[in-house]
Design a protein around this ligand. Structure first.
Ligand SMILES: *Cc1c(COP(=O)(O)O)cnc(C)c1O
Length: 223
């Protein structure tokens, strides 16, 4: 069941702030996605390659599909022909594979680099040092990577009720985002997206500079 009132409230708030709402539909049926689509939502986020590929087949072709889960290199080929934005690039090897599959599809694929910040071992992503190393590789090889565009950063805060900690983590992510946008040639002129915030913490994320939020349970109910 889709919460239409919640969607309307979010969209009203986000439109005035220039924030993009990605409706996270993982584990939810295509009919729920269609319901939000009918209201006007176009950006949807999925975490699993096979689930995304199946849903994409059965839903309108102008849906903008965001991949927000951990992406294995050998699965890029299943989404490369249609994916709108991959939020979770966490290795240079993965970027190279996305570029390769984008070439095969005759596309340019937009990606975000996933910054690991939460103090939980299980979360994927690169820390700041690893992103700087990634940037060095990219700078050296970007002539061969014309079919990917690095459009910004994605990050997650620690799953905690400690609001101050969440705020500090989002601040750190946005600070790093701005630093890269200001000082690095990597990704210019596309480096403009800071994807932070979910149902429980999106308000803090926006206050701390996020301009793309990924919201699931608030729209589609708990999973
Ligand atoms: C599931 C998920 C979300 C949405 O989480 P909710 O708490 O349901 O809003 C956002 N981002 C990522 C990376 C997710 O995996």
């Amino acid at each position: 069941m889709v919460n239409k009132a919640a969607w309307e409230n979010l969209v009203n708030e986000f439109n005035s702030k220039g924030v993009t709402l990605v409706a996270v539909s993982k584990t939810k049926p295509a009919s729920d996605i269609q319901d939000l689509y009918d209201l006007g939502q176009r950006d949807f986020g999925e975490n699993y390659v096979q689930e995304l590929a199946e849903k994409q087949q059965s839903l309108p072709s102008d849906v903008r599909w965001h991949f927000i889960g951990h992406l294995q290199s050998n699965k890029v080929k299943y989404i490369a022909s249609f994916v709108h934005l991959i939020h979770t690039v966490d290795s240079f090897k993965l970027l190279v594979e996305i570029n390769k599959q984008a070439v095969k599809s005759g596309r340019v694929i937009d990606v975000l680099l996933q910054l690991h910040i939460a103090d939980e071992e299980t979360k994927f992503g690169m820390n700041e040092k690893e992103i700087f190393e990634f940037m060095d590789y990219y700078e050296a090889q970007k002539g061969d990577l014309q079919n990917v565009r690095i459009c910004g950063l994605m990050g997650m805060a620690t799953n905690t009720g400690n609001v101050q900690q969440v705020r500090e983590e989002f601040f750190r992510i946005n600070n790093f985002f701005k630093h890269l946008a200001d000082t690095s040639f990597v990704g210019k002129p596309y480096f403009s997206i800071c994807s932070i915030g979910m149902s429980s913490d999106y308000k803090i994320a926006i206050e701390e500079g996020g301009n793309m939020v990924r919201i699931g349970s608030m729209l589609f109910g708990s999973r």
